[in-house]
Design a protein around this ligand. Structure first.
Ligand code: ATP
Ligand code: MG
Length: 689
């Protein structure tokens, strides 16, 4: 237990009841969780009886790694995962109680929009369907089902969405499918309404730990309460100043409720920041200062004053990207050896802001990765392949059926599919199930029917062969044959105007297949919460895990690359050198309707959104360990126009020293070189005894 301060030790050693660690950024909250896992095992709790819940799969992977560093192999059995991955496991084990097969499918956002459009008769545009999806998701996150939504509807508009939700629920049941929100809602209902299931999980879990507690939503909190039961052995860690998912239903009420719902709650505060220099921490403290305080907090750092925080004024977004690249190169040149690329992060508010940086980095030959953007599994070509796996596992997965049968198209047209869909609904069957219905030939013309039956046979045949394909080589051969028979490469070239894009997509497919084959050979372990032994597996087993995970998993590798990330995706992480880009009024804070930055009075809604924007800025600043630059642009593209811009109000709120804040690239470089030379002189040579 070395490397913990007193308050941290206290949090780690208190294992008997509910514990809340409430503390600012970089104060070692996540560290408390990893050490507490070790401590719990030390006190005799079996690793598989510990659940540690993180916010992203990536954070889970990192935590598992850190825990392994402390306790070795036993870490493998600890359930480290996101709320959603825990939900998958619970629904897989106990969903039958709610009438769900263990082979259920998880729908991704696209599937959901498609189904919603369909529920409304198919004439709806995408934007409207997305809007419904948003509303329905919000209802679900509050724990409402369609019936409740209908009862609570305020006006005709809401009533009509509630009716669509009702149809949507029926579809999902018919498809044996669940959406993202169900992965929290269903386990919660399982525990609430089924005492035997509740007791089973409460018996299993000896301690539950939750990181980033401030970003849980109401349903997640309910789920947590049922999981821990009366004994309430749990540890939640969080920071109200870093709550940045209000727009997705996260609620600070969960922090306020905790002491009420658990009067014996042990609240521990951490005050020392171990991440950032004083200069950075001061800027962070200043920025968050105007927000109302849920709990008073003070943070200090003993890492020294460090480099002043810099403000970089840029003409436009291209210029901003160039200056970021120059800064990275400058910082690298100033140290010997130069810091690795992965020590640098460029953070911004929205995904689309990455583009100029990508271009500039590419031009400078700097390796980079975009995190928090489109993940591998979100790519259309990967989803196409996963649709087949989903179908192997759950024949009733209609969205998967539609995807697999149409990409590439195999002589089955829209009219045939529409007729099949109608027939299936009438006969209360899934589309795949309906293929083999003896009555089908009566409603579908011969040519279309042949295409469909051929497809059905292929799926069954492939499933059968996948079950008996074991190991790396066999899996590779299988996948190669399958892609060839399907004509998938040609399909990509046919459907893309640009050959370059088609080639890139095809190379994703190959990479994916390679990865699957490696899994079949047992070379890769699972990284998303379910423990799998590293032995060879059948391709069907591999497909099964992938199909379940594909919708919720990101595959990240620790590579030496500059990181481009949205602020939201940067939560919990840290880098020695951070550039916060686009800190321009209208971008961060995002343009709010009735607020021009000068007005004294704004609506409550705007005020709350502004406070969340401020927390976002706080999260960004506190990712930096040693240097921080904040850049903004005098002009930015807005649609087709260029508009004049002001620096974000948050820059003034950082209260930087005007004399040191403005960056001049040339001075900077010289200064760093000099400093390096001084340090090199001052440091005793390693050869000296
Ligand atoms: P965030 O709010 O951003 O999630 P956090 O509170 O979870 O931050 P950690 O990520 O756990 O903070 O810790 C921040 C950094 O400080 C990490 O590099 C961690 O290893 C280090 N650290 C934490 N506690 C200590 C300690 N007692 N001694 C030395 N280093 C520490
Ligand atoms: Mg953390």
């Amino acid at each position: 237990m070395s490397g913990l301060n007193l308050a941290q030790l206290q949090a780690v050693h208190y294992t008997e009841g509910p514990c809340l660690v409430l503390a600012g950024a970089g104060s070692g909250k996540t560290r408390v969780i990893t050490h507490k896992i070790a401590r719990l095992i030390e006190t005799g709790l079996a690793p598989r009886r510990i659940a540690a819940i993180t916010f992203t799969n990536k954070a889970a992977a990192e935590m598992r790694e850190r825990a392994a560093g402390l306790i070795g192999r036993q870490a493998k059995d600890v359930l480290v995962c996101t709320f959603h991955a825990l939900g998958v496991r619970m629904v897989r084990e106990d969903g039958h109680v709610l009438g769900l097969k263990p082979s259920f499918s998880i729908l991704d956002q696209d599937d959901v929009t498609g189904i919603l459009k369909d529920c409304a008769g198919g004439t709806t545009d995408l934007a409207t369907a997305r809007q419904w999806q948003w509303t329905i998701s919000n209802w679900k996150n509050q724990g409402w089902d369609a019936r409740k939504a209908l009862a609570m509807a305020q006006d005709d508009h809401e009533r009509s969405i509630a009716l669509i939700m009702q149809r949507y629920e029926e579809r999902l049941t018919a498809y044996q499918s669940v959406d993202f929100d169900d992965l929290i809602g269903m386990p919660m209902r399982l525990l609430r309404h089924h005492p035997e299931v509740r007791e089973k999980w409460q018996r299993l879990l000896g301690h539950v730990l939750v990181d980033e507690y401030q970003d849980t939503n109401a349903t997640q909190y309910e789920l947590l309460k049922y999981l821990v039961g009366e004994r309430a052995r749990f540890t939640a860690v969080g920071d109200d100043d870093q709550s940045i998912y209000g727009w997705r239903g996260a609620t600070l009420d969960n922090l306020k409720k905790l002491p009420q719902d658990f009067p014996q709650l042990n609240v521990i505060k951490l005050e020392q920041n171990y991440r950032s220099t004083s200069a950075i921490l001061r800027a962070a403290n200043h920025v968050i200062q105007p927000n109302p305080k849920l709990f008073p907090k003070t943070l200090f750092s003993e890492l020294g004053e460090g480099e002043p925080v810099r403000v970089v004024d840029c003409d436009n977004e291209e210029h901003e990207a160039e200056r970021a690249v120059a800064r990275i190169q400058g910082l690298r040149a100033a140290s010997n050896p130069p810091p690795a690329w992965k020590n640098f992060a460029i953070l911004y508010r929205a995904n689309h802001q990455a583009k100029p940086f990508e271009k500039a980095l590419r031009k400078a030959n700097i390796p980079y990765k975009v995190s928090g953007g489109t993940s591998f599994f979100d790519r259309a070509e990967i989803k196409d392949l996963c649709a087949w796996f989903r179908l192997w596992i759950n024949n009733d997965d209609d969205p998967a059926f539609l995807r697999a049968v149409t990409s590439p198209r195999r002589g089955v047209g829209h009219t045939t599919l529409a007729a099949l869909g109608e027939f299936a609904t009438q006969h209360k069957q899934s589309m795949f199930g309906a293929l083999f219905n003896a009555m089908l030939p009566a409603v579908i013309p011969k040519r279309g029917l042949e295409g469909l039956l051929e497809f059905g046979r292929t799926v069954n045949d492939l499933e059968h062969r996948a079950r008996h394909t074991h190991g790396h080589e066999a899996a590779r051969a299988f996948l190669a044959d399958w892609l060839k028979d399907m004509g998938y490469e040609q399909h990509l070239y046919d459907s893309e105007d640009s050959e370059k894009v088609a080639a890139a997509r095809w190379s994703n497919v190959l990479e994916f297949c390679d990865w699957m084959a490696q899994r079949a050979g047992g070379q890769i372990d699972d990284t998303a919460g379910t423990t799998v032994q590293a032995t060879t597996k059948s391709l069907l087993e591999v497909a099964q895990t992938i199909a379940l995970l594909s919708t919720i998993s990101e595959r990240e590798q620790e590579q030496d690359m500059v990181v481009l990330s949205t602020l939201h995706a940067s939560k919990g992480l840290e880098w020695p050198h951070v550039i916060l880009a686009g800190v321009t009024e209208g971008m961060l804070p995002f343009k709010l309707d009735d607020d021009d930055g000068r007005q004294q009075k704004v609506s409550d809604d705007t005020l709350q959104r502004l406070q969340e924007e401020r927390r976002l800025m706080y999260v960004g600043i506190t990712r930096a360990q040693r240097t921080l630059a904040v850049s903004w642009t005098k002009k930015r593209k807005k649609g087709r126009e260029m508009v004049a811009c002001q620096p974000s109000r948050f820059i003034a709120e950082m209260k930087l020293d005007a004399a040191t804040a403005r960056e001049n690239p040339r001075d900077k470089l010289r200064q760093l070189r000099e400093e390096f030379a001084r340090k090199a002189q001052a440091a005793p040579s390693p050869a000296t005894p």
